[in-house]
Design a protein around this ligand. Sequence first.
Ligand SMILES: Cc1cc2nc3c(=O)[nH]c(=O)nc-3n(C[C@H](O)[C@H](O)[C@H](O)COP(=O)(O)O)c2cc1C
Length: 401
Amino acid sequence: MNDFYKNKNILVIVTGGIAAYKAATLVRELIKNEARVRVGMTVTAQEFITSRTFAVLSHHEVLTDLFQANEAEVMHIEWAKWADIIFVVPATANMVGKLAQGIIDDAVTSTIIASSAEKVIAPAMNDVMLNAPAMIRNLHTLKSDDWLVIEPDIGFLAEGYDAQGRLPEPLEIINQAAIRLQARIGRLAGRKIVITAGGTREALDPVRYLTNRSSGKMGFALAQAAVELGADVVLVTTNSRYKIYGVREVLVSSTRDMHAAVLHEFDNADVFIGAAAVSDYRPVEAAKDKIKKKSGENLTIKLMQNPDILAEVGRHKTMKQLVVGFAAETQNVLEYARKKLIQKNADMLVANDVSTTNSGFDSENNRVTILSRDEDPEIISLSPKIAIARSIMDKIAKKLA
Ligand SMILES: Cc1cc2nc3c(=O)[nH]c(=O)nc-3n(C[C@H](O)[C@H](O)[C@H](O)COP(=O)(O)O)c2cc1C
């Protein structure tokens, strides 16, 4: 589910290529994402798939002819105004050429040129057509006209061999378009956010480590919420729990690895959010070989302090950078959190009580209090982690604005 499309008006233009059948899945996926969808087709597209398929899928009449409306209504202008986003999927070489040159000779081209919607185009064709000088020129023109071009995949073409020209899968098209459109129009567009997730692992020997109960779910929810607002997100994580489209993952294991990765990424970042549960201590020495059991003897492991990632980021930050910490406590949660906010030079601290079983570590839900230097504490009662992440990201976007 991609919230980006929710309640948006999306016009899907289908042109006459062999991949036209995939546009039916694209329409279904957009509807699943709660978009309102209408479809326009070229005359040639109707040789490949019928307008009835799209009328049924979109629950709406399909635009196929400039003169199909009743005489009082100028349908292409109405539809052009209605659309928030126009997808041309698949786009033939012919349509790419017409749009690049401004040739307006049918219902769909008339609608596209009359619309100020965001425009996405996914060309699909034979590899020789794709590499023709005119095609290269035309695609270049569309990009400089602010069209968002989804590049064709390399894969098995209808011609029976592997080459570039294949239409990417519909889900890939809508995910890629959402990320790239958010990066244009989202409230955190152009902002780099570094987030940590998961519990760090401190090696005892080659097979054992010390860790904690953190699952990383809160960090992943924050990454998702940041991407939804168009941020450029780097997730420094100890596990690859989910694949979030548009998030750059840096996989680490120990606190020292996480510390190095965070400092490296923070340099040109706008925001750091420390949602990982980092180990305060690590074994002084990790044994080279597996520690053997010595019968009847206790084993003492000496621990030393790890670097304090949040404090160090707080020390390094400039006036323009925001630092957000998390405090997972089991007692006096607010008191510790308030101290941590000041001691670590953070701008915001999210305090969660991990003493209960239905929130916090490894749970889908959380209940938190958000402390900021310049605002009253905000209490968020038991809610899904993604909802909490969106509230935090909303506050961050406001602070950055
Ligand atoms: C069987 C068949 C498959 C075609 N597949 C493609 C294609 O994948 N991509 C493309 O650019 N043109 C393809 N064409 C050529 C277009 O249909 C042709 O250029 C047409 O004029 C496009 O019209 P339109 O852009 O108005 O839809 C195909 C033609 C045929 C007969």
